[in-house]
Ligand binder design. Structure first.
Ligand SMILES: Nc1ncnc2c1ncn2[C@@H]1O[C@H](COP(=O)(O)OP(=O)(O)O)[C@@H](O)[C@H]1O
Ligand SMILES: [Mg+2]
Length: 324
């Protein structure tokens, strides 16, 4: 499977919204949202009810915003809905598969609907179904599929017409851990191997960080944060130190490093060391190494502690909801 169009330059926006607002009457689902999504894989994360699905439906022209505007691949959602849907694949959140139809017939149908002639549609369907790992089961009715297979069939239909961008709404929903990993790997490959831009949502805040180049965090219809995944995972300054042995060895090291002037805490089988910010990192490493030698302990590793998106989300939500 390959995209006939060259990948978008990293600088051009795939999605851009300005003051995008959706008021359902009872609920303000999107609150004047300004967000910009580039090429690559972007994770759109936020708790249930944050407005992720509403945003996706508005971008596809399936729902009208109350106010504001948006462009998708350069097209205005207010006027170019049909062009946008021709260029964009959509994997909806909820089940949408006819149970009596095989995945093959379904994806062929979806490809034909978007303008491919029958023979090309069949070829394309075989390609995308192989890509998502449904080559063997593709002639069976989808009603008998497992949740994981259904999610993969939904993903295949989103890719049927060779889109430039796919919007994947909670593709890991309902999957067990192994199937979840498989799905995330497929998402990563769509972005990296095929150069298709991906916007993928999850209410599980931590799970997209390893497949996303960029993460957008929504909270209550507002943009909480948008940044490169690498910035999210900035070093905290904390070092995790592991030595051979058990809790006794761990605590001996912790006490000695504390005596050397570092704040220390046991964390699982490692010691989390917080050197004073003024201390040079080379000195810190030297002190840790020398201390383990003096204690006769076997040093296994010293590694920087990366924050996880989940931690940052909690901190920023707590900050945002603090009374002013
Ligand atoms: N059709 C609708 N009518 C009224 N309220 C809705 C409708 N769809 C969604 N909502 C509400 O809008 C908010 C955002 O929902 P949604 O976009 O589905 O969030 P998410 O996908 O992040 O879970 C929620 O409070 C939800 O209950
Ligand atoms: Mg949703």
């Amino acid at each position: 499977m390959s995209s006939p169009l060259s990948p978008l330059p990293a600088s051009s926006a795939v999605i851009e919204t300005e003051g995008l607002t959706k008021d359902y009457g009872q609920v303000l689902a999107l609150d004047s949202l300004d967000v910009r999504v580039g090429a690559g894989v972007t994770g759109l994360v936020g708790a249930n009810g944050a407005g992720k699905s509403t945003l996706i439906k508005i971008l596809l022209g399936l729902l009208d915003p109350t106010a504001g505007n948006a462009r998708v691949l350069g097209h205005d959602i207010a006027t170019d809905g049909a062009q946008i849907r021709a260029l964009v694949g959509y994997m909806p959140e909820h089940e949408c598969l006819p149970p009596d139809v095989s995945a093959s017939d379904f994806v062929v149908h979806m490809a034909q609907m978007s303008g491919l002639p029958h023979a090309a549609a069949r070829e394309r369907a075989a390609d995308v179904l192989r890509h998502v790992g449904l080559a063997e089961e593709r002639y069976r009715p989808m009603g008998g599929y497992s949740t994981g297979m259904k999610q993969r069939a939904k993903l295949a239909q989103a890719l049927a017409h060779d889109p430039r961008l796919v919007l994947l709404d909670e593709p890991t929903n309902g999957l067990d851990p192994a199937a979840r990993d498989d799905m995330l790997e497929l998402v990563r490959r769509i972005g990296q191997d095929f150069g298709i831009a991906v916007l993928v949502t999850s209410h599980l805040l931590g799970e997209l960080e390893r497949v996303s180049d960029h993460v957008v965090v929504l909270d209550g219809g507002r943009l909480l944060r948008s940044s490169a995944t690498s910035e999210f995972l900035d070093n905290t300054g904390t070092l995790l130190v592991e030595v051979l042995g058990g809790p006794t060895e761990r605590d001996r090291l912790g006490k000695a490093l504390f005596d050397a002037g570092f704040a220390c805490q046991p964390r699982g089988n490692v010691v989390a060391v917080d050197p004073p910010p003024s201390e040079e990192s080379r000195n810190v490493h030297d002190t840790i190494r020398d201390t383990t030698v003096q204690l006769g302990l076997g040093l296994v590793r010293i590694q920087p502690d990366h924050r996880r998106i989940e931690d940052i989300f909690r901190e920023e939500v707590a900050g945002a909801t603090q009374p002013h």
